[in-house]
Design a protein around this ligand. Sequence first.
Ligand code: FAD
Length: 324
Amino acid sequence: MSHAYVVVAEVRAGALRQVTLEALHAVSLLKEEGDSAAAVLIGSQITPLASELAEYLDGEVHVLDHPALENYNAEAYFEALTQVLGTLNPHTVVFGHTAIGRDLAPMVAAHLNAGQISDITAIQNTGTTASFTRPIYAGKAFEQKQFTDGPRVITIRPNNIPTAAKAANPATIVETEYSPAVDLKSVIKDVVRKTSGKVDLTEAKFVVSGGRGVKSAEGFKPLEELADVLGGAVGASRGACDAGYCDYAMQIGQTGKVVTPEIYIACGISGAIQHLAGMSQSRVIIAINKDPEAPIFKVADYGIVGDLFEVVPLLTKEFREILV
Ligand code: FAD
């Protein structure tokens, strides 16, 4: 029996999110001969992005383009998405494990009477069984889960699964008429971005994070310069956010964002367990702290004992010479 796989695409600042291409790769890991793949793209004036998305998928891209869908609204997006899912009859729906994916996926799972496995970091498919790896206990251990039956809803943690390669045959674009049927209980009037927006924190390959050791909002400047040179993003500990040095949108950890960059540079962060929950799966961790006993050094691959205000500008200078 053939199965239908559906990826729910995400757009950020007018571009496709990288996690969407990772979700497409997840489908290629799961799909068997004869199965179909589709992506659903929801937004306003996003039709040009549909052609871009179509290059990565041998199947169909369903586009719901409507002014009411300009900004994410759970009710409207759920209504639009379920309109399309009704025609696709999916066996597996794949979301990014992002703010939107985490919001929509359980609603869709309930709607489809599906099981859900969230925050997947790896997929093993033997052809007869697919196992999904996900972190538990705030990243201290991993578990492997399997579905007993479909339909299935999964969410993919950004930066863990490779992105899809371009398809031999680009997907067919199917434009679907969206007519809002429900009276929305809420409407988005405005979106105020609290981060620089240059690079998405959860998808960044390089993250430079500051803690209370940064000492002020001004103290984040050298970190921003280092992140700029690396083409990365700036994060923070809750200590730094609580102290008012930066916005909570930058917080990494148990009650903040989870990041898994290639390189995580922790500056003036002690390494509390709640912070580690958001960054310990980074490929390489570099810690800069003037206290040699700071717990962050226990998880760091490279540790620099020193004053961040001396070390960070030196790193920026060196990287600028190598990279720029
Ligand atoms: P501190 O622990 O004060 O560490 C500052 C570090 O900076 C020290 O190690 C010091 O040696 C170093 N330092 C000072 N000056 C310099 C300098 N000039 N150069 C180099 N190093 C310097 N925390 C999170 O981060 N994320 C979360 O999501 C989170 N969730 C939480 C949820 C709960 C329920 C609770 C109870 C706590 C949570 N916390 C979280 C808070 C966490 O327990 C810590 O309090 C917090 O991470 C500490 O932040 P910090 O490392 O920046 O500050």
